[in-house]
Design a protein around this ligand. Structure first.
Ligand SMILES: Cc1ncc(COP(=O)(O)O)c(C=O)c1O
Length: 415
């Protein structure tokens, strides 16, 4: 087998592009002697708030801590229910359990992998007592495509439940808000938006980092307090918080990268377009991009932007066969996510999950069996292909040719 020489992820291209600016930013910070909550963090917060169209932005230590701080700010307590997608990275479910609340999992839409708004609405409608325990809804903008926020926020508003967006994979994505015809940046359509700056994200630090954004002054103040041991003023700890601070060096690097994220997102979309064109093959389901005109509001305005943190295909038959074939040809792939969250051992054992919202188990009593057919299908069939700024056209064509070979197809032009 060839070694992988076209990796699934490659962060060195960004470093090559920005080496001198990043070196200067890091050295400036090191020389400043100010390493925590200094001018770089403040500048990064105000620039992100402006870029996204949010009133407030609070830098924190990671995307996971952004979710934790957001739920703490909403006063999620033991025994509360918090709804989230069953098919995602574990972070949201994990912080719910850490607060001794119960994650309620909702299945996904087959074609976008995002939480299914119809199942969400059904769960909330069914049982008023159970609904009264729901403290928040955490949709995830999976792979860089906005969850259907218009529908999610409308149903949440009906029952006055706050929505906390998990925007870890979707910095710069735009979606249809709950106001008809109005598109907004991911993270600004719910009550709070939680970002991750993990290195592989669309805007990635060179270490860990995260952010909470909101238009609510009171929640912003609480998030600031929570990230710094609950201190209202030095030595005055009025609530229990933690150390969830974004460090100055990461903020300095992120300030450099922020100028480039839009161009990188365009590049990701260009790669996705090339894959879309080259990979129209029976038996291979391509990711659904931004909504088509048919999905758009009557004005026909483009209302969404997928930012392709991942380009995830679904293979009808033998996903692992395709992954093995690509590996043999030196191409890296990844599976997001092989196990839906309802079957993650730590969530079943540690959380005492007793309430699940599913089509086949509306009473929500069975935590373990496969009541999430779409998530189970995705877990068994999806495969992420390489997509990142710096992936050359030749590399893209190599991925396309290799996938086509697996399906016994010739070059894309003769398709
Ligand atoms: C959907 C999602 N949520 C949350 C997180 C957590 O972010 P972090 O790794 O910065 O804690 C991630 C990171 O991988 C993620 O993909």
């Amino acid at each position: 087998m060839r070694p992988i020489n076209l990796p699934f992820q490659d962060l060195t291209a960004q470093m090559r592009e920005l080496r001198s600016a990043i070196q200067a930013a890091v050295m400036r910070t090191l020389d400043s002697g100010c390493y925590i909550n200094g001018p770089e963090v403040e500048r990064f917060e105000s620039r992100v708030a402006r870029a996204l169209g949010a009133q407030f932005a609070v830098g924190v230590s990671s995307g996971t801590d952004a979710l934790l701080v957001a739920l703490m700010a909403l006063d999620v307590r033991p025994g509360d229910l918090v709804i989230t997608s069953v098919y995602s990275f574990i972070a949201a479910a994990e912080v719910i359990v850490r607060l001794s609340a119960h994650p309620v999992f909702i299945d996904i839409e087959r074609d976008t992998y995002n939480i299914d708004p119809a199942s969400l609405a059904r769960f909330l409608q069914e049982d008023p007592i159970r609904r009264s325990l729901v403290k928040a809804i955490v949709p995830v903008h999976l792979f860089g495509r906005c969850a259907p926020m218009d529908q999610i926020v409308r149903v949440a508003d009906r029952y006055e439940i706050p929505v906390v967006e998990d925007v870890a994979q979707a910095f710069g994505a735009v979606g249809q808000s709950s106001i008809p015809g109005i598109a907004k940046c991911a993270g600004t359509m719910g009550r709070l938006g939680c970002f991750s700056f993990y290195p592989t994200k669309n805007l990635g630090a060179m270490g860990d980092g995260g952010m909470v954004v909101t238009d609510d002054a009171d929640l912003a103040r609480r998030c600031r307090q929570l990230r710094n041991h609950g201190a209202e003023a030095k030595g005055q700890h009025t609530i229990v918080g933690g150390n969830f601070r974004l460090d100055e060096i990461q903020a300095a690097i992120l300030n450099v990268k922020l100028d480039h994220v839009e161009a990188w997102n365009v590049e990701r979309r260009r790669i996705a377009t090339a894959y879309d064109a080259g990979l129209r093959i029976e038996g291979l389901m391509l990711p659904r991009g931004a909504p088509t005109q048919a999905d758009a509001e009557p004005q026909g305005r483009a209302i969404a932007n997928h930012v392709y943190n991942q380009y995830v295909v679904a293979v009808e038959r033998d996903r692992d066969g395709l992954a093995g074939h690509l590996a043999k040809e030196g191409i890296g792939t990844a599976i997001y996510y092989p196990t839906p969250l309802n079957r993650q051992p730590c969530l079943i054992n540690a959380s005492g999950i007793t309430r699940q919202a599913t089509n086949t188990d509306p009473a929500g009593t069975d935590a373990t069996s496969a009541h999430f057919p779409q998530a189970e299908w995705a877990a068994a069939h999806t495969l992420g292909l390489p997509i990142y700024p710096g992936l050359t056209e030749a590399q893209q064509q190599r991925v396309i040719a290799s996938v086509r070979r697996y399906f016994g197809r010739g070059p894309a032009t003769s398709a």
